[in-house]
Design a protein around this ligand. Structure first.
Ligand code: BG6
Length: 485
């Protein structure tokens, strides 16, 4: 049941707020999921004197909400939003004013969304504690990156933990809010068909790809020195891997799901030394062409004077050492400036042991189950059938599409979905501190190895599928990336 709540977006005028949070909240208001009487407070360092509606118009002109812009609705929404000047390092009158403005409604949910650099998490939480804004009705949402390695993540978790209990702490990974990801759980654990086949007995390998066509335009300051391993693998890719690989949870609730995901992270075979050189490919985009238009390299985009060793592409062959997945490789891949934008999980089944149709003279492709998370939600099963009506007997591959999107207007988008879950106190789609820490343990080994070797990423041309070595990672196992055309 939706209810009234207060949401404070720390970093309210920043990139995440403008691009994702405000468009999602407005779409939520239009869809009737954000009730009148909710309050949204955008904190910023500098005061803003203009009208909220004008500012929102500007924000939405650049970042169009999924519902479009309706004048009356926009005016109503604008009346729910206000700015609050606030220092995130020192208390003072502004903090007192914020506290007073929230006092009358001490019982309703109060969500602090920290859309700020992690270096400010500690001081912000301390101030929230100092001004008594961490009571039982309060929850804190932490946007990634949660540190840049295990040590810094542990420090953040410990610092936030001094002011907010684990039950009040919501570590967001917006990939978990995507509809198709939740559907993956529904599908796996509500159909005997899939779960019975979901193991090394029938599955040959699994591919998980998050491909982006954009480069680091506009975000270079954040990205340089971070790279794809920290930005995408440590969180989104490993979270998707957990959901695909985990054992059935006893119940669909936060504790059961997180326990099972954690077991997957603990079973990931650590990559070390030569194993890293052999199983991890690291790339950085060079100049090239996108949709027929020339584009510059990573260093050009950032106007760097000396070369950078930040990677914009990673491909990994990973293994999970447990009973279910023994011998099944998981190929993970993510990159910027690839030819297309999509996120996809491909479950490739083993080839059939013997073909009675061999005389029909053609390849029999292995079955594949494809879970598309974006740009559209899509589930498809690829199988072989008789080539109906063909002159001679032949087989062909067809795709059985599971049309799961009933009505586009009911789709909330990941951020709204996750904010509303926070209001309800439902942590099922949020990441436990132990998960964050185990993911860092695995990723840190790789990053530290690169640093120790002084390894530099391979350059790949913009608009291609990454360095040649990523292709090789597959072909040497006699496999191929499903999507590399
Ligand atoms: C963010 C990363 O978490 O996810 C970005 O910081 C990336 O670098 C983005 O572009 C991708 O999200 P989506 O939902 O657009 O695939």
């Amino acid at each position: 049941m939706d209810c009234q709540f207060d949401l404070i977006i720390f970093g309210g005028t920043g990139d995440l707020s403008r691009k994702k949070l405000l468009p999602a909240l407005f779409a939520g208001y239009v869809a009737g999921r954000l009730l009148e009487g909710c309050r949204i407070i955008l904190t910023s360092r500098a005061p803003y004197d203009g009208e909220m509606i004008d500012w929102l118009k500007e924000v939405f002109a650049e970042n169009k909400p999924a519902c479009g812009l309706e004048k009356k609705m926009l005016a109503e929404f604008a009346s729910m939003v206000r700015f609050q000047t606030l220092s995130l390092k020192d208390g003072g009158d502004d903090w007192e004013a914020l506290k007073q403005s929230l006092k009358a409604d001490a019982d309703r949910p109060l969500v602090h969304f920290l859309a700020i650099p992690p270096g400010l998490f500690t001081s912000t939480c301390e101030l929230l504690g100092q001004y008594g804004l961490n009571g039982e009705n309060a929850r804190v949402v932490l946007e990634k990156p949660l540190g840049h390695n295990l040590e810094s993540a542990q420090a953040i978790n410990a610092d936030v933990g001094r002011f907010f209990s684990e039950n009040q702490t919501f570590r967001i990974d917006h990939y978990l809010g995507k509809e198709a990801v939740q559907n993956l759980l529904a599908l796996r654990f509500s159909n005997v068909l899939f779960e019975e086949l979901w193991s090394s007995r029938t599955i040959d390998h699994i591919q998980i790809t998050i491909a982006e066509d954009l480069g680091v335009e506009g975000r270079g300051g954040f990205y340089e020195g971070i790279g794809a391993m920290r930005d995408m693998v440590q969180n989104h890719l490993l979270q998707l891997l957990c959901l695909v690989a985990m054992e059935p949870p006893a119940r669909i609730d936060a504790e059961s799901i997180r326990d099972e995901k954690l077991k997957v992270l603990k079973s990931l075979r650590p990559l070390e030394g030569e194993g890293i050189d052999r199983n991890v490919v690291r790339g950085q985009y060079g100049a090239g062409a996108m949709m027929g238009k020339a584009v510059g390299s990573y260093a050009d985009d950032l106007e760097l004077e000396s070369p950078s060793d930040t990677e914009t592409f990673v491909a990994i062959k990973a293994n999970i050492e447990n009973w279910r997945w023994a011998g099944v490789p998981f190929y993970l891949r993510t990159g910027k400036r690839l030819p297309d934008r999509f996120a996809e999980i491909v479950i490739q089944f083993k080839p059939i042991p013997h073909s009675p149709h061999a005389g029909w003279g053609q390849n029999i492709n292995p079955n594949r189950f494809i879970i598309r998370l974006q740009p559209e939600d899509h589930l498809a099963l690829r199988m072989m059938v008789k080539n109906h009506g063909a002159k001679s007997d032949t087989l062909k591959e067809v795709e059985m599409n599971l049309d799961v999107v009933a009505d586009d207007s009911t789709r909330l988008g990941p951020y709204l979905r996750l904010i509303l879950d926070t209001v309800r106190g439902d942590q099922s789609l949020f990441v436990h501190r132990d998960e964050v820490e185990y993911a860092w343990r695995w990723v840190d080994r790789i990053i530290n190895h690169w640093a120790a070797k002084g390894a530099t990423p391979k350059t790949y041309q913009s608009g291609t599928w990454g360095p040649y070595e990523a292709h090789d990672l597959m072909t040497r196992d006699r496999r191929e990336w499903f999507h590399e055309t």
